[in-house]
Design a protein around this ligand. Structure first.
Ligand code: GTP
Ligand code: MG
Length: 232
């Protein structure tokens, strides 16, 4: 592990519409000015469009993870991350990657281990469907009841954290539940110092990569939360 290095992990599957804009919005000079070396790591799930070429052109390092799944992509990204701090975002332009420097400052100044984000704070109209808002609210209540974690947005995909928290995290999910599983592992089982901060959330570029119906994904997430409470 290198000191003062930040790795920004971006999972991507056929995101040629958003990948370049996402990478170029990362304020690399500002992070370097703060004393960080910057590794931008795109974990490509075998895209069949120009995602990889565009990511390289925009200055990212690309690794290919042909095994499908959002969680699988992150676990592979974690294994290749060189930084002592990790930040994450989707490749679709929805998350405010320009806020990474201020999020890193909050992590450091408040001596936190894990920082997660709340997309409901400043959400652009049309950025999340009504159905997904309902689903996410049910998951928020489940997280609160089952794990006593008051996180408004347990499925948010933008996190900034110290890499060393991964050492004790048992991450079983290869798919969407990885997002809340990481938070549960860090904040509930390993009692790390955490905070949820409000962010802007924008409409995505390109098509969603959620497979199947949103309800199916929601029920899988809820079932995973309940199972995680019973068996770790
Ligand atoms: N490597 C890899 N990346 C994936 C896979 N599935 C999704 N992704 C990426 O993970 C991120 C999250 O997927 P999204 O489709 O944006 O899911 P979401 O943010 O819940 O929903 P929308 O943004 O509203 O579509 C995106 O950058 C996807 O390209 C996969 O199987 N492999
Ligand atoms: Mg997205």
């Amino acid at each position: 592990m290198t000191a003062n290095k930040i790795t920004i992990i971006i999972p991507a599957l056929n995101e040629e519409d958003g990948i370049e804009r996402t990478i170029s919005a990362i304020p690399r000079p500002e992070l370097e000015g703060m004393g960080y070396k910057v590794q931008i790591l795109v974990v490509d799930g075998g895209s069949e469009d120009s995602t990889r070429e565009r990511a390289i052109k925009a200055g990212a390092e690309v690794i290919i993870e042909p095994r499908r799944g959002y969680g699988r992509a992150y676990k592979t990204g974690f294994a290749h991350a060189e930084g002592d701090i990790i930040a994450t975002a989707d490749a679709d332009g929805t998350y405010p990657v320009e806020d990474i420097p201020s999020l890193v400052k909050t992590l450091k100044e408040e001596n936190l281990d894990f920082l997660t984000t709340n997309r409901f704070a400043f959400m652009e109209k049309g950025a999340m469907s009504f159905r997904n808002k309902i689903g996410n609210t049910i998951l928020y209540l489940a997280m609160r009841i089952l794990f006593r974690l008051k996180m408004r947005d347990p499925e948010s995909g933008m996190w900034v954290f110290k890499k060393n928290i991964l050492g004790k995290a048992k991450l079983g999910s290869d798919t969407w539940p990885l997002s809340h599983e990481l938070k549960i592992e860090a904040c509930y089982f390993n009692k790390c110092r955490w905070k949820e901060v409000p962010i802007q959330y924008k409409r995505r570029f390109g098509k969603t990569k959620l497979l199947g119906s949103g309800w199916k994904v929601g029920f899988t997430d809820l079932f995973h939360l309940i199972k995680k409470r019973m068996i770790r």
